[in-house]
Design a binder for this molecule. Sequence first.
Ligand code: NAP
Ligand code: MG
Length: 502
Amino acid sequence: MSSHSNSTSLATVDVLPVPTVTRTQAFIDGAFVDAQSGRTFPTYAPSTGHLLAMVADGGVEDVDLAALAARRAFDAGSWSHADVRRAAMTRLADLVEENAQELAALDAIDAGKPITDCETGDIPEVAHLFRWYAEAIDKVFGKVSPTSEGHLGIITREPVGVVGIVVPWNYPAVMLTFKAAPALAAGNCVVAKPAEQAPLSALRLAELATEAGFPPGVFNVVPGDGPTAGRAVGMHPLIDAVAFTGSTQVGREFLRYAAESNMKNVVLELGGKSPQIVLADMKADLQVIAEDLAGAAFGNAGQNCTAGSRVLVANVLREELTDRLAQAASKIRLGDPMDRSTEMGPLIERTALERVSRYVDEAVALGARVRVGGSAVLEDTGGHFYPPTVVDQVTPDMAIAREEIFGPVVAVLGFDTEEEALQLANDSEYGLAATVWSHDVDVSFRMARGIRAGTVAINGYSEGDITTPFGGHRTSGFGGRDSGIEAMEQYTELKTTWFTLR
Ligand code: NAP
Ligand code: MG
């Protein structure tokens, strides 16, 4: 999840140098350390296929050291003081801003994200999250219950203790911060495992946290692969809650880990197949809608959990809207993520390119039609580029209409009635987000009520903002929400203290 910028007019058009990678070790108990095994793994630039750095390959022992350090820090108690947390997190927000250029460049090169998106979207959002949750620390407190005379019931929220965080690569710094900022604000210590494909900004953030005054052990980062380091976080007996963002398939694993270990709280933010629904009364607005749909489908090269990957449009508007969407798609500038004029970068890795190509090729074999895009481009760069692709003549049973593609591909389907639109929108195992376009308030409200999703946006693709909880229904999520005060609550346990007054 994240806001993305689709702005096309940039004052300065230039290409930034590939940043120097200075931090590649795990960050445990306030210091950079090698993996216990001494092993490292490579992280590459998806835009060229070049090796960027060899990074400490954390395993079970490293997660164990980090969890022990986090528990020690929690028990030592200095992080329990609201003023200590507020000061350190506010300072971290400042340091993120002071080092924004470096952090933006790390995410851009490591994950292949356009540098402009990182500079104007991701990194400012990271600073905003740390500052917003720092300010919330002393504004969330407990209740006194309306008990009978002779008793006093006090309801408080306590931090769970140690929070494990496992996140994907699509918004590397933002995904980590969505979990870490509310967990830390609520008084917990964290052990984070960033994605193997883009671990670099997390290591720099942990270092900045220490500079900001976080006590050793409060914020640990253990890079490593999912089935080893990620699993170790899920299974660790000293980790009291785990916050995961990633695929539905791996989300299921985290439920198993919790069941097989200490029944830790599990918060899952998973995949989606978010419908963008355009009702018949929108004829006069089709250009605005087409541009918004292109942003929703192709922002971050479609590697976005809420990507608007299904366009459901009233049949009377279908041909014209599909034409305009194809035109908007064809204008998006693909290229080097370090070039400030680039609007779309490569896919994260070769297997992603193969997966996306396969979805499109299979749909075509079943009778779908590619209106724009449809095969890999810029192959001479060594990068994994796939262009914005619009596919129509799609039927609801095709995989392209049902499964999360996680690439820049949008499937267009038509409907005749409002009921049919709602039925198509809900014909999915996912329920993360949806957008409804209509000027008829009654219709849009009925649709918003009827759609089974965590966020329904009206008249413009959106995930809401920091004040609104974000997460999914059904296989899109479980156990809580990112964003909003609600995100802090999920890293706490409720406690009742009951007095008998004598
Ligand atoms: P993924 O394969 O599920 O990986 C996510 C994280 O889990 C990575 O750190 C990964 O480590 C780790 N992991 C992988 N296998 C594991 C295992 N067996 N046990 C423990 N940890 C494991 O997801 P992805 O393909 O990188 O990311 C894309 C997915 O994230 C999409 O489904 C997308 O919709 C979802 N997403 C959801 C949201 C949301 O807020 N709802 C936001 C963004 C993305 P490695 O790096 O080693 O693979
Ligand atoms: Mg990388």
